[in-house]
Design a protein. Structure first.
Length: 144
């Protein structure tokens, strides 16, 4: 299978701790002898008082974990994330990106996934605007 081939030829696996459940992923991939598993998580999502080895804790600024992963990863490394934006950056750096459930991001499918994310965001913001407008024009509720 493609995932096993990747693991045999990979130096490091980065886990986006802000977007993934780390425990199951580490159990699945951590047993591979030739792959170093590195978890990157923001301080807001870090549940351990004393982070484990191979865990990098970053500050709480938006996208800090993604930027740290992107800066540290090299060609051929695997990044496990649910974040399409990070996956796109990884692919641009000739890395390999996959979701926690095993979906492999490729140059062929990442554009469509990013477009879908954009459209969904526009639709969400439109529905919020309509709800706010509707609530603004309704008469106030009076209590007895």
């Amino acid at each position: 299978m493609l995932i096993e081939y990747w693991l045999e030829n990979t130096m490091r696996i980065f886990i986006d701790g802000d977007a993934c459940s780390m425990k199951k992923i580490k159990q699945k991939f951590g047993a591979k002898e030739n792959a170093e598993v590195v978890t990157v998580v923001s301080i807001e999502n870090c549940t351990d008082i004393h982070p484990k080895p191979n865990t990098i804790v970053v500050d709480s600024t938006p996208q800090a974990a993604d930027i740290e992963i992107f800066n540290r990863m090299k060609q051929g490394d695997i990044v496990i994330t649910k974040d399409y934006g990070l996956a796109s950056l990884v692919l641009g750096k000739n890395g390999k990106a996959m979701s926690p459930n095993g979906f492999i991001y490729t140059r062929k499918n990442i554009g469509m996934l990013l477009q879908q994310r954009y459209v969904n965001g526009v639709l969400r913001s439109e529905s919020v605007r309509k709800k706010k407008r509707k609530a603004k024009h309704q008469p106030p509720i009076r209590s007895a």
